[in-house]
Design a protein around this ligand. Structure first.
Ligand code: GLU
Length: 424
């Protein structure tokens, strides 16, 4: 089945992609049919249609989803995205990827995701707040600090999480900070959470570069998507490793400068102008051109289905570090692996975000907070050991890094399911 998107192009259905990735691992693990059915299906899905009073007094009805894929290893965990192209199948895929992601880095969580079909870039702050509070209310049958814990994702941020936390707390009659993560520090957020996804991506790139003998101090990088994950990855690669960021993009355009782009200045410019497009001393390029640049490292940090069988052959980077969820299709994976290019898969590369979400949740529950140094050290330890486990598995099983990560993750979730047994 094919989902059609704007622009006359057809893109694979993300949930079918997620299920195919799962099947590859399930086949290799020899999972029995019953367990296979359990794990390739989502556990619980909520669709809501809810009204929001807009600033001009009109009423608009929005559609939102929350999907829990599996809770065998712990409460459901995963972000909420706001985007005009959100579909139920996309949210299902993202929920399943969260299950595997949490298992790869050994967090005691299952996987979930939420989304609202909307364009926050065309809504005022007060419309965004009203939408968020009503959506949070619609989610009350599912979310809770021990059942399902949302976090930021595409087009949502710490402010969005503060509204969800407050709405849930108002209904309880007391503050429940641990119902969401990715909150501002002042309301129970964690040091280091805002940068955690990018920092985790960078730790995995450091390990991949070491494995491939790539000198990061002279490495060139292209970043597709300049939101939280993409911009933080660019900043840290430049500041801490001396990489040259030669191209970045966002939903409105891509820019290129072979001499290097200052990632902090690009963040400022995007803040003032709404896009990196037009950034001084850079050339505009197309999104396709960005993916095909002769760089050492490519960081897809936008949406799903960016590297497909159609363009994988033109990707030249040695390392593709998936800061986004689901940017590469299984066909493209095979082509890149065959070419000796290393894909650091989303469920490993971007797991730093949910890892520090876990730290935030633990700190909220114990009402005792750690320093940023402690957070970053714990994050580094988890990312390095997880990367190492995936790499060793890839070498031993002679498979690509995604399949290796899935072998570890699916095996862990399957083990939890077997141990708990099928109720009743
Ligand atoms: N949305 C992020 C992800 O895709 C973070 C999820 C979380 O922190 O729960 O991993």
């Amino acid at each position: 089945m094919i989902d059609s998107f704007a622009g006359n192009t057809t893109k694979p259905n993300p949930f079918e992609v997620a299920q195919r990735q799962f099947d590859i691992a399930a086949d290799r693990l020899g999972l029995d049919n019953g367990l296979r059915q359990v794990l390739r299906t989502t556990k619980r899905e909520l669709t809501v249609h809810f009204p929001v009073t807009m600033d001009d007094g009109s009423i608009q009805v929005f559609t939102g989803y929350r999907v829990q894929h599996d809770v065998g290893r712990g409460p459901a965990k995963g972000g909420i995205r706001y985007h005009p192209d959100v579909t139920l199948d996309e949210v299902r895929a993202l929920a399943m990827w969260m299950t595997w992601k949490c298992a790869v880095v050994r967090l005691p969580y299952g996987g979930a995701k939420g989304g609202v079909v909307c364009d926050p870039k065309r809504m005022s702050l007060s419309e965004q707040e009203t939408l968020t509070r009503r959506f949070a209310t619609e989610l009350t049958p599912l979310i809770g600090p021990d059942s399902d814990i949302p976090a930021p994702d595409v087009n949502t941020n710490p402010q969005t999480m503060a509204w969800i936390m407050d709405t849930y707390s108002m209904h309880q009659g007391y503050s429940v900070p641990s119902v969401v993560t990715g909150k501002p520090i002042d309301v129970g957020g964690s040091e280091g959470r805002a940068e955690a996804t990018g920092r985790g991506v960078v730790f995995t790139i450091e390990q991949a570069a070491r494995e491939l003998g790539l000198d990061l101090a002279n490495a060139t990088v292209a970043v597709q998507g300049y939101g939280n994950a993409g911009s933080t990855t660019a900043k840290l690669l430049h500041r801490d490793y001396g990489c040259h960021i030669v191209a970045v993009s966002d939903s409105r355009g891509a820019i290129h400068n072979p001499e290097g782009i200052d990632p902090d200045a690009a963040v400022l410019y995007k803040g003032q102008n709404g896009s990196v497009s037009g950034f001084p001393s850079s050339e505009p390029i197309s999104n396709e051109d960005l993916l095909a640049l002769p760089v050492d490292i490519l960081v897809p940090a936008a949406l799903e289905n960016q590297i497909t069988e159609e363009n994988a052959g033109s990707v030249r980077a040695r390392i593709i570090a998936e800061a986004a969820n689901g940017p590469t299709t299984p066909e493209a994976d095979q082509m890149l692996y065959g070419n000796g290019q290393m894909v650091i898969p989303d469920i490993l590369a971007n797991a730093g975000g949910v890892t520090v979400s876990y730290f935030e949740w633990v700190q909220d529950k114990q009402a005792f907070f750690w320093t940023e140094t402690e957070i970053n050290e714990k994050l580094r330890r988890i990312m390095l050991s997880s990367f190492d486990e995936v790499l060793q598995t890839a070498k031993r099983e002679k498979v690509d890094m995604r399949t290796a990560a899935y072998l570890l993750a699916v095996d862990r979730v399957a083990a939890a399911t077997r141990l708990r047994g099928i109720y009743p």
